[in-house]
Design a protein around this ligand. Structure first.
Ligand SMILES: *Cc1c(COP(=O)(O)O)cnc(C)c1O
Length: 446
C-alpha cells in the first residue's frame, strides 16, 4: 500500500524526471492511496506526468490553484508541524465544495420517524446503502466526488451504517423500492464474511419480495481484480453473487472503468469472467475526465472492449462540481461531442450507454444534443432520473453556453424565467427537510 509518504520512493524509482515536492504538496490536500497493481501494472511511468493512470491515481500539483500550491510547498519546505499542515490543507479543502448536490441533507430516509443512518433515498425505485466497512477504496481516484469523506473535512460527516437488518426493514416498508445500491467508498474492499452479513438478509426468508436487484458500485475490477481471482476470500465472494442470482434476483455489478487500459489487464479479464459465471451482470460506468479520458477514441475503445468482454456499457457521467473540478472538468458542449463521436462507432448492442449525464440535485440530466431551434442555439436536455418521477423522460431546453460545465451554469432557453421543474423542485426540497425522503417518494403515485 502506497500513501503520500511513499511519493519520494515511488518517484525516485520510476519518475526521476518529476519534482516530488509539488506532488507531496497536492497529496496533503487530496487523499492518496494506491496498491501494487495500480503502481506497477497500470501506471506507465515512462509517460508521466500525462499518463492517464498516473493522473487518475496520484494527486496532481495543478489540482491546487497556484497560490495554494505555493503556500503548501513553502509550509513543507519550512517543515512546519503536522497540525499546521493539516490546517492549511483544511482551509483549501473547504473552498472546494466538498459536499455537492446536497447529498447529506436532502435524501435522508426515515422509518417510523427515525433517521436511517448510511442510507440515501433520492429516486423512488432505488435505495443507496453505505456499509461502514466499505467506506474506503483499494485505491483513490484523484477526481473522486466523494473525496472529502477520505479527508478530515469530510470524515466527521461520513455516511455509513453497519445495520443490515435496518436496511432490510426500511426496504420492506417501501413497496416501490426495486433495487438497492451498495456504495461507498467501495463495498468490494469488505471481506466476504461482512459483505454476506449485509446481503443475506436481503435474499433469505423474510426478505422483501419487491426487491428485485442488488447493485454493487465498485472500482475493484480496475483497482484490485484479485478480489475475484486469487484473494483468500475470492471463492466466497463469488458464492455470495451466486446466492443472489439463485434467489431469483439480479446481482448488478456497476463497474467503474475510466480507461481501456484497466480492462486490458489479464487479471481484470479473468475477474470479469469469474463474476459473469456466477450469473451476475456487469455494467460499465465512469465520469468523463480531462487528462484521463477526454477523447472519443478512448471511450469508443473502452465500450467496444466492454462489449467484447460481456459488460453492458451504462453511463458516461459529467464530472461533478466538487474538488479540483477546475482541473478535471470538460465543458458540456465538448462532453456531448466526445460522447456522440464515440457512440456512433459502436455496434447497436453496445449502444446501451447513456451520457453525458449530470447527477445534479433535481436528478440525472442528460445532454441529448446541441441544436438550433428557430434561430436560437440550445442544449437539448432530458431527465433520466428525477426526484419527482413524473419528470423522468421529459425533454427541456437551455441556452447554449460553450463554457458551461454543470446544470447550475445553464439558463432556460426561449426567454423563459425558469426550467419547468423548478417550482416543484423548491416545494420538494422544503418537504424533504422535515419529512422522510422515502415516504415523500412513495406518496407520489406511479
Ligand atoms: C445514479 C443514482 C441512482 C441510480 O440511478 P440509475 O439511473 O437507476 O442507475 C440512485 N440514487 C442516486 C442518488 C443516484 O445518484
Amino acid at each position: 500500500m502506497f500513501t503520500k509518504s511513499a511519493i519520494p520512493l515511488l518517484f525516485n524509482r520510476h519518475a526521476p524526471h518529476l519534482d516530488p515536492n509539488s506532488y507531496i504538496a497536492a497529496a496533503q490536500v487530496f487523499p492518496m492511496r494506491l496498491n501494487s497493481h495500480v503502481a506497477e501494472d497500470l501506471i506507465d511511468w515512462s509517460n508521466t506526468p500525462q499518463d492517464p493512470m498516473f493522473q487518475l491515481a496520484i494527486p496532481q500539483p495543478a489540482m491546487l490553484g497556484p497560490t495554494d500550491l505555493q503556500k503548501m510547498m513553502a509550509a513543507l519546505q519550512k517543515e512546519l508541524p503536522k497540525t499546521d499542515l493539516q490546517q492549511i490543507a483544511e482551509e483549501i479543502r473547504k473552498k472546494l465544495n466538498p459536499h455537492p448536490a446536497n447529498q447529506k441533507t436532502e435524501n435522508v430516509p426515515r422509518l417510523r420517524g427515525e433517521e436511517m443512518p448510511g442510507m440515501q433515498h433520492k429516486y423512488r425505485e432505488t435505495v443507496l446503502f453505505f456499509p461502514s466497512e466499505g467506506q474506503f477504496c483499494h485505491a483513490f481516484c484523484t477526481y473522486c466526488f466523494r473525496w472529502a469523506q477520505f479527508t478530515s473535512v469530510g470524515s466527521s460527516q461520513t455516511f455509513k451504517s453497519n445495520n443490515g437488518e435496518q436496511l432490510r426493514d426500511y426496504i420492506s416498508s417501501m413497496p416501490q423500492v426495486r433495487d438497492v445500491l451498495f456504495t461507498g467508498g467501495d463495498p468490494m474492499v469488505m471481506p466476504a464474511r461482512i459483505l454476506a452479513s449485509y446481503i443475506d438478509p436481503l435474499i433469505s426468508n423474510g426478505a422483501p419480495s419487491h426487491l428485485e436487484t442488488i447493485r454493487i458500485g465498485s472500482k475493484s475490477l480496475a483497482w484490485w481484480p484479485y478480489k475475484y481471482t486469487t484473494d483468500a476470500d475470492a471463492k466466497e465472494i463469488l458464492g455470495i453473487f451466486e446466492r443472489v442470482v439463485k434467489s431469483g434476483r439480479q446481482l448488478a455489478f456497476q463497474a467503474h472503468f475510466s480507461h481501456p487500459r484497466e480492462l486490458e489487464h489479464p487479471a481484470a479479464q479473468e475477474a470479469i469472467r469469474q463474476i459473469r459465471m456466477t450469473g451476475a451482470q456487469i455494467r460499465g460506468q465512469a465520469p468523463l475526465i480531462r487528462h484521463v479520458n477526454d477523447s472519443s477514441q478512448v471511450w469508443r475503445n473502452m465500450w467496444n472492449l466492454q462489449a467484447k468482454l460481456g459488460i453492458v456499457p451504462y453511463y458516461m457521467f459529467v464530472e461533478r462540481d466538487t474538488g479540483a473540478s477546475h482541473y478535471w472538468n470538460v465543458p458540456l458542449d465538448r462532453a456531448h461531442r466526445i460522447f456522440s463521436e464515440a457512440y456512433s462507432g459502436l455496434a447497436g448492442t453496445a449502444r446501451t450507454v447513456r451520457g453525458p449525464s449530470m447527477s445534479a440535485s433535481p436528478g440525472k440530466v442528460g445532454i441529448l444534443g446541441v441544436e438550433n431551434v428557430r434561430g436560437e442555439t440550445v442544449f437539448v436536455l432530458k431527465f433520466w432520473q428525477a426526484r419527482d418521477p413524473s419528470w423522468v423522460g421529459r425533454v427541456f431546453f437551455a441556452k447554449y453556453d460553450a463554457k458551461a460545465t454543470w446544470l447550475s451554469d445553464l439558463e432556460p432557453a426561449f426567454g423563459e424565467a425558469e426550467f419547468f421543474y423548478e417550482p416543484r423542485y423548491k416545494e420538494l426540497t422544503t418537504l424533504m427537510k422535515d419529512g422522510s425522503s422515502g415516504q415523500l417518494l412513495n406518496s407520489i403515485s406511479p
